[in-house]
Ligand binder design. Structure first.
Ligand SMILES: [Zn+2]
Length: 452
C-alpha cells in the first residue's frame, strides 16, 4: 500500500516538473609525459584546433610532461521539481484522500511518502545530471519508507512505531542487540522501513572528514582570488557589481519621480529592490554551488572581516556592497563545503609573499617588492599570504620555492556561474631579482590560451 502511495507521489511531482535548458561549462584534462610527449602534444593540439575547442596548455620542459585542459560547453535539460507551498498542499491533500480511502494507517505516512518521493527524485536527478540515468520517470520497485521521529518513540531500548494512531503499534525490543552499547547517547534521527529490514540512523556530532587541502580566498570587488593546494583559482563576480550599479541607477531615477508621483514611485522602488535582491541571491547561489562542486572537499580559509572605519565616506558605499556580498557568499558556502576557517588579513596585500618584506609599492594592480624584486599581481599576492598564514608559515624565499612555486605551476582554474573556464596566472617574476640573472626557464611557465 505504501508503495502505491509513494509511486503516486512520485507521479504527481513528475507531472509538474519544469524542464529547463541549461548551458554547462566544464573541462577535462589530458596528460602527456615521456620522451615523445612533444609529438603527442602537437598532434593533439591540431586535433583540438580542428574541432574548434578552447584549451590551455601547460608545458613542463624539464620534466618532459604537459597537461592540456580542454573546455567545452554543452546544453542539457535540467528538471526543476515543484516545491512551492500551493503545489505541496495540493499534493498532500490528494495523497491524504488516496490514503484514507484505502487504509486506517496514520496520516503521517503521507508526509513520509512525500519526503521520500522528493528524496528519490533528487537522487534520480543527481544520477541523471551525471549521465548515469536516462530521462525517464523513476519507478518504485522496492518498498521503503522514511519515517520521521513523530511516528516513533525510542527510549534507548524499545522502539515503538505507530501504524494506526492510538490503536496499532509495531514494537521492537532492541535491548539485546549488538549496537545498543555502541550507540548509547546517540540520537535516533530517522528510520527507514524496508520490506524485511529496519534501518536506524543514529547520529552524533559531525564527523571529521579528511580534507584534500586548503584554499585561501582574498575577496575583491570583481573577483575572489583563491590560492592553495589546488593552485590558483579566480572566481569572476563582476556580475554582482553590475547588478548593484544597474539598480543603483534605477533608484536614482525613481528618487526624482518620488516628488511627482510618490505612490507609483514607492511601488516601483519596492519592486526593483526586491528584484535586485533576487538577482544577487540567484547569482551567489549559483557561484557557491560551483565552488562546492569543484572544491567542496577543501578547507576554505577566509579573511576575517574588519570593522569599518578604515575607509572614507565616498568609498564607504562601494566597500559596504562588497562586504555584504562577501558575507553572503561565506554564509552560503558554510553549508556547501566541509570546513571553513578565518584568517587575519592584516597586511596581506602589502606583504611580499616571497620574502615577507613590507617594503613594497602597489602600482597598476601589481605588488613590487623593493627588497627581493618580486613583481606579482596584488590579488594573487594577497591570497598566497593568506594561504601561508593558514598553514602557519612565514613568507621567505625557501618556503616560496618549496611550497608556493610548485602550486603556481598547477593548472589555474576560473569559475563562473555555469562551471569552470580558462584562467591565466598573471605575469610575474617568480624568482624575484635573482631571476634576472639566471633567467626563469620560459617553457615551464608557458601558458597558451586558444580562443577560437
Ligand atoms: Zn620580497
Amino acid at each position: 500500500m505504501f508503495r502505491l502511495l509513494l509511486q503516486k507521489a512520485v507521479d504527481m511531482i513528475w507531472e509538474n516538473v519544469e524542464w529547463k535548458q541549461e548551458i554547462v561549462e566544464d573541462s577535462y584534462i589530458i596528460r602527456f609525459s615521456g620522451k615523445d610527449y612533444k609529438k603527442k602534444l602537437e598532434s593533439t593540439i591540431k586535433c583540438l584546433e580542428i574541432q574548434g575547442k578552447k584549451f590551455v596548455v601547460y608545458e613542463d620542459a624539464k620534466r618532459k610532461s604537459c597537461v592540456i585542459r580542454v573546455f567545452y560547453v554543452a546544453t542539457r535539460l535540467v528538471p526543476d521539481f515543484p516545491r512551492d507551498r500551493d503545489f505541496k498542499r495540493a499534493l498532500r491533500n490528494e495523497l491524504l484522500q488516496f490514503w484514507r480511502n484505502r487504509t486506517a494507517y496514520a496520516s503521517h505516512y503521507v508526509d513520509s511518502a512525500i519526503r521520500t518521493a522528493y528524496w528519490i527524485l533528487q537522487s534520480w536527478k543527481e544520477n541523471y545530471l551525471d549521465g548515469r540515468f536516462k530521462k525517464r520517470k523513476p519507478k518504485i520497485k522496492k518498498l521503503f519508507a522514511r519515517i520521521k521521529n513523530s511516528l516513533f518513540s525510542w527510549n534507548g531500548k524499545i522502539l515503538r512505531l505507530t501504524v494506526i494512531p492510538r490503536e496499532r503499534y509495531l514494537v521492537f525490543d532492541l535491548s539485546n542487540t549488538w549496537f545498543i552499547e555502541r550507540t548509547e547517547g546517540w540520537k535516533l534521527g530517522e528510520i527507514i522501513l524496508k520490506e524485511n529490514e529496519l534501518i536506524l540512523m543514529f547520529s552524533k556530532e559531525k564527523e571529521e572528514i579528511p580534507s584534500r587541502g586548503i584554499i585561501a580566498w582574498d575577496s575583491n570587488k570583481y573577483s575572489l582570488d583563491g590560492f592553495g593546494d589546488i593552485g590558483y583559482v579566480k572566481i569572476d563576480i563582476k556580475q554582482l557589481y553590475t547588478i548593484h550599479i544597474t539598480y543603483h541607477n534605477i533608484r536614482r531615477k525613481l528618487q526624482q519621480l518620488l516628488r511627482k508621483t510618490p505612490k507609483t514611485a514607492r511601488k516601483l522602488l519596492k519592486k526593483y529592490n526586491e528584484r535586485e535582491r533576487n538577482r544577487v541571491k540567484d547569482f551567489i547561489n549559483k557561484i557557491t554551488t560551483q565552488i562546492s562542486k569543484k572544491f567542496g572537499e577543501y578547507v576554505h580559509c577566509f579573511e576575517k572581516l574588519q570593522k569599518q572605519g578604515m575607509f572614507d565616506w565616498s568609498k564607504k558605499h562601494n566597500r559596504d556592497i562588497s562586504v555584504i556580498n562577501w558575507r553572503t557568499i561565506k554564509q552560503k558556502l558554510e553549508y556547501k563545503v566541509i570546513k571553513m576557517r578565518e584568517i587575519n588579513p592584516k597586511y596581506s596585500t602589502k606583504t611580499c609573499s616571497r620574502c615577507g618584506s613590507r617594503n613594497t609599492t602597489i602600482k597598476n594592480g601589481e605588488v613590487i617588492c623593493r627588497d627581493c624584486g618580486l613583481r606579482i599581481d596584488r590579488q594573487l599576492n594577497a591570497s598566497i599570504n593568506l594561504f601561508l598564514r593558514a598553514k602557519k608559515l612565514k613568507p621567505n624565499p625557501k618556503v616560496w620555492k618549496k611550497i608556493v612555486f610548485p602550486k603556481l605551476r598547477m593548472c589555474p582554474v576560473g569559475v563562473g556561474v555555469n562551471g569552470v573556464k580558462p584562467n591565466e596566472i598573471p605575469p610575474m617574476n617568480p624568482e624575484g631579482d635573482e631571476g634576472n640573472e639566471t633567467q626563469v626557464p620560459e617553457q615551464s611557465f608557458a601558458i597558451k590560451i586558444n580562443y577560437n
